[in-house]
Design a protein around this ligand. Structure first.
Ligand code: FE
Ligand code: FE
Ligand code: ZN
Length: 278
């Protein structure tokens, strides 16, 4: 089954978002666990959560992705920011006990005034502190473009973080097509080679979900500018190969392209039409 969806707002509740996903032709979606640039958590509405969980089952949804706020930075030089990162992630994972094995995706972090190695050490330490408790959610490190002092743009960095976490059985990776192309992994001309590299460095079984985005910027640009499918430097042929690749086709695909709802609906239909197993 092709698991395809897009980023949606849960401002009207979880159930409303799931119904909106269905209306767009999706069978999964991504939402921000909190205000993406702030941090306050939403109130838990038990009724909404119960109805949402039932709706997902009845409609055969794939795993849902919660995206941590952009302000979450486990490796900031600023101690207060690191405390927020820990409390935010812990709080989100507690809330997500209400759900059945969702994904929680986060940007590994930007090392700001620290060195990259110090940054990786702080990310690893935070994950060790949090994942010493077992959650029913799989935590995903998102592959980044490497803009600024962003970490997680190389498979080696992701591997170092994962290996540093003692209880890493529920730790995985979310691959963002725009980001890795910008980070210098040529998924347009050498998708097989890139995935073989991922497998040999990280292990392909760690890969759980894909952000399927085109890119406004050239290969290896170290920028992070998402583009509509087929309008960017990655292009539709490469995207068709990605959604049909044997190592990827059963993962969860989420669109984060610059679109309103009608644009997402169009791209979901487009991706379905490009699937070999329709
Ligand atoms: Fe992201
Ligand atoms: Fe992304
Ligand atoms: Zn991005």
């Amino acid at each position: 089954m092709f698991k395809i969806g897009c980023h949606l707002s849960i401002s009207d509740g979880y159930l409303a978002a799931a119904k909106q996903a269905s209306a767009l032709g999706a069978n999964t979606f991504q939402y921000f666990s909190r205000n993406p640039r702030g941090g306050s958590a939403r109130k838990v509405d038990e009724k909404d959560i119960t109805a949402f969980n039932e709706y997902l089952k009845e409609n055969n949804f794939g795993k849902i992705v919660a995206h941590a706020p952009y302000t979450l930075n486990a490796c900031s030089a600023e101690p207060r920011t690191r405390v927020f990162a820990r409390e935010c992630m812990q709080g989100d994972l507690e809330t997500m006990r209400n759900f059945d094995g969702f994904y929680y995706n986060f940007h590994p972090g930007s090392h700001t005034a620290l060195t990259a190695d110090e940054g990786i050490g702080l990310i690893t330490a935070q994950l060790n502190a949090i994942l010493s408790t077992d959650y029913n959610t799989t935590v995903l490190l998102e592959t980044m473009s490497g803009k600024g002092s962003e970490l997680g743009y190389s498979f080696e960095q992701l591997k170092t973080i994962i290996d540093g976490v003692e209880n890493n059985k529920n730790l995985g990776v979310l691959l963002d097509t725009c980001h890795i192309y910008s980070a210098g992994y040529d998924i347009v001309n050498d998708l097989d080679g890139t995935l073989e590299k991922f497998d040999s460095v990280v292990g392909i079984e760690r890969l759980k979900a894909i952000h399927v985005n085109d890119s406004m910027t050239p290969f290896d640009s170290r920028k992070d500018r998402h583009e509509k499918l087929g309008k960017g430097t990655i292009g539709l042929d490469a995207i068709a190969r990605i959604i049909n690749h044997d190592s990827l086709k059963d993962l969860v695909f989420i669109l984060e392209t610059p679109n309103e709802l009608d644009g997402y609906k169009y791209e979901i239909e487009l991706l379905k039409s490009l699937r070999n197993d329709k």
